[in-house]
Design a protein around this ligand. Structure first.
Ligand code: ADP
Ligand code: ZN
Ligand code: MG
Length: 310
């Protein structure tokens, strides 16, 4: 296969739902599978004038994760508004972090068949989840739904987004990375990482380049994988697609692609948005948060032994 002349480059963005009792910025209890719109309040419904209050336990779990990944815990961290319109986002912005995330850098060691692979961690940041669209009728798919409703129970759920460096070079290693990261996060009590229920979600960025080339190729971002197998299969498909595209004289478009597990293929979803499209600006309703070294050290002392050390 001519594809042997190419090397895949993969970086992952993993969202984990933090194992807190309540939501990120309000006192509503978290849950899964409750009757829709029974766990809401003016804050997570986005009513004007309702003010967010930061969940201390979510911050603690983010620090635990950062320490386990060898990240630097920022002494000062801020929230930003990420602006976009969608029916599951009543405020028309998501409270997220931008240029001052809670955890910076680090690495995660993956034990594979060919020894240990180091995957660099770029950052980890806190944010709130959006609500959920529920499509009613005909199999729950949007295209043939009779009607759609918004379930705000999930809106405001605390998430930690972990971003890796583009250090992974096969579909198998990507799935293995995720498996071992999940083990660590569960061990730490950070998240239950249930992929089917969406408490761990992964977006995969992938490009290919001629073997030996040091410059990165243009990447596509693949979404909608809800199992390790989906991640693996989606990446394999996407790598072959990109190599064929280039071999046939075409070029890769930077875009977001959707994995269809039934059809076993990815398809273009939308052209990639840039940071400036979101008009990020500092969240005026939240003060920057700062930790003393002692606070971080106290958390560090209580960390259990990690699975890879064991
Ligand atoms: P964007 O600006 O599109 O969000 P980032 O540079 O923030 O891109 O990277 C997002 C994710 O994509 C990270 O996990 C990173 O490792 C990965 N990534 C970046 N460039 C490439 C590339 N050329 N090929 C594969 N993955 C990449
Ligand atoms: Zn609420
Ligand atoms: Mg980015």
């Amino acid at each position: 296969m001519s594809g042997l002349g190419y090397e895949p480059v993969i970086g992952l963005e993993i969202h984990v739902q933090l194992a807190t009792r309540t939501k990120m910025f309000c006192g509503c209890a978290l849950g899964f599978g409750e009757p829709i719109n029974t766990r809401t309040c003016p804050v997570c419904l986005g009513h004007p004038g309702a003010l967010p209050t930061l969940n201390a336990q979510a911050v603690r779990l983010a620090i635990v994760t950062g320490l386990a990944l060898g990240s630097t815990i920022a002494e000062r961290s801020t929230f930003h508004r990420k602006n976009y319109f969608y029916p599951d986002l009543p405020k028309a912005y998501q409270i997220s972090q931008y240029d001052e995330p809670i955890a910076i850098g680090g690495e995660f060691l993956v034990l594979g068949e060919e020894g240990v692979t180091k995957v660099g961690i770029t950052r980890a940041h806190l944010e709130e989840d959006a609500a959920k669209l529920v499509h009613l009728g005909a199999g729950g798919r949007r295209a043939d739904a009779d009607e759609s409703v918004v379930d705000f129970n999930r809106g405001g759920t605390p998430l930690l987004e972990i971003v890796t460096e583009p250090d992974i070079d096969s579909a198998r290693d990507a799935a293995e990375f995720l498996r071992q990261l999940r083990l660590t996060l569960r061990h730490l009590g950070v998240s239950d990482c249930n992929m089917e229920e969406g408490s761990m979600r992964v977006d995969a960025n992938v490009s290919v380049r001629p073997r030996g080339e040091s410059e990165l190729g243009t990447k596509a971002e693949v979404k909608n994988m809800n199992s390790f197998k989906s991640l693996h299969d989606a990446l394999l498909y996407e790598i072959v697609r990109q190599v064929e595209e280039i071999e046939n004289g075409g070029s890769i478009v930077q875009e977001t692609r959707h994995w269809d597990a039934g059809a076993k293929r990815t398809s273009a979803l939308r052209s990639k948005e840039e940071a400036h499209d979101y008009r990020y600006f500092p969240e005026p309703d939240m003060v920057p948060f700062e930790f003393s070294e002692e606070y971080v050290e106290r958390i560090e002392k209580k960390l259990p032994e990690l699975p890879d050390a064991k």
